[in-house]
Write a protein that binds this ligand. Structure first.
Ligand SMILES: [Zn+2]
Length: 389
């Protein structure tokens, strides 16, 4: 009789084999056995199953080491597609990827910043998902799943948005809503967690075991990766560092507190600072980035101001977590060294821990795709962790 434990062990081994093929492709059966420590007959049986499910494919042969030529195995990229969504405050970005996480289609739409109801925004989201599905090439499994990154506090297991102050959303059961409409598995996560996962799977964080991803856009959030896993805390609320207090009697924040970090180091802070110097009524953050990179003094000063405050918070985070790398993502780092130099300077001045090791502080390699790519990785990682799903 086969026990539940045996089924679980087999599922874990299958996930290990699939992950190894993804990371080391092309790879032979013998090499998988060597890398994973699984015995050759187990690997052979698992590979046969993965081939039958069309999740992997044979892609030629390697050099013979005396016996038969080893058969190369790779991920079957075309077996199905994944949709990754970055549900921003004033935009929605949708990417369609193949099974290996390569973007094959994308579209970004602007949405009104204020005043549009959750219903209107969900309608926009549905339209983008429908468009992504239409653009998916025919495949064995079709669209495998949808991942969505949201700027707010999310119960990851339930896919339930508890509060997203910058979207004016509370208590939205988004997973249920999207699954009911599209009938595929849906995964919802905080946008900074999604960004961290995106960087870990596809970007600057591929080789890091412990990393921090700081999303500096309309607000600030952080994705914390410890020992290769996103740290979610006891209730899944970890990473809300945009709301750590940096000024005792500071500016009132939408969360109810005063002096929150994001009031000093986000787009909100940039616009507030710029408004004191010049008229920025009709400008977007991208206009300000453009101005600053073309040498506009006021815009450069604005980015230096938020860069300094970003550095203060990042110094605190490095002291707390001792990460290998800190990746700064979302809109603000798009301005480049103007902001990043100021940020690094502030960390150098304030951080205690970083004096004793070299911590890399980088701007995101995936840029504005980090969250959407991470959202797609939520689906891919679940699939790779449990290939029978
Ligand atoms: Zn706050």
């Amino acid at each position: 009789m086969i026990t539940a434990d045996q089924i679980l062990v087999k599922q874990i081994n299958k996930a290990i084999a699939l992950n190894t093929i993804y990371k080391k492709k092309p790879i032979s059966r013998a090499e998988i056995a060597k890398v994973t420590g699984l015995n050759k007959s187990t690997v052979s049986a698992l590979v046969d199953e993965l081939l039958a499910e069309e999740l992997i494919m044979e892609t030629g042969t390697g050099e013979s080491q005396g016996g038969r030529k080893p058969v190369h195995l790779s991920i079957n990229k075309e077996v199905g597609n994944i949709i990754g969504i970055d549900l921003g405050v004033n935009y929605i970005l949708s990417v369609l990827t193949n099974f290996a996480g390569e973007i094959i289609w994308e579209r970004r739409i602007s949405v009104k910043k204020n005043g549009n109801s959750s219903l209107q925004r969900i309608d926009d989201l549905f339209q983008l998902i429908e468009e992504a599905i239409k653009n998916a090439p025919p495949s064995v499994r079709g669209v495998i799943g949808i991942g969505i990154g949201v700027p707010g506090i999310v119960n990851y297991e339930q896919g339930h948005i508890l509060s997203a102050p910058n979207l004016c959303w509370t208590d939205v059961k988004l997973k249920e809503i999207v699954e009911t409409r599209f009938q595929v598995p849906v995964f919802i996560d905080n946008e900074a967690n999604a960004g961290a996962i995106g960087e870990k799977w596809f970007g600057s964080g591929k080789k890091a075991t412990d990393l921090l991803y700081v999303s500096a856009g309309t607000g600030i959030g952080a994705g914390i990766v410890i020992n290769n896993e996103v740290y979610r805390g006891s209730q899944g609320l970890a990473g809300e560092i945009g709301h750590m207090t940096v000024e005792l009697n500071g500016i009132a924040c939408s969360c109810g507190n005063h002096g929150c970090w994001e009031e000093y180091a986000s787009e909100k802070a940039l616009f507030r600072y710029m408004q004191k110097k010049t008229s920025v009524e009709s400008l977007s953050v991208f206009d300000l980035i453009d101005l600053a990179t073309k040498g506009d003094h006021a815009a450069q000063e604005g980015f230096k101001y938020v860069g300094k405050y970003l550095g203060i918070g990042v110094a605190n985070l490095i002291n707390a977590f001792n990460p290998e790398i800190v990746i700064i993502g979302n809109t603000l780092p798009l301005v480049g060294d103007i902001l990043m130099d100021e940020l690094r300077k502030e960390v150098g001045l304030r951080c205690f821990a970083s004096k004793y090791y070299s911590v890399k502080i980088l701007s995101s390699e995936l840029n504005m795709h980090a969250c959407a790519m991470g959202a797609a990785a939520l689906v891919i990682s679940r699939l790779y962790a449990s290939p029978v799903v």
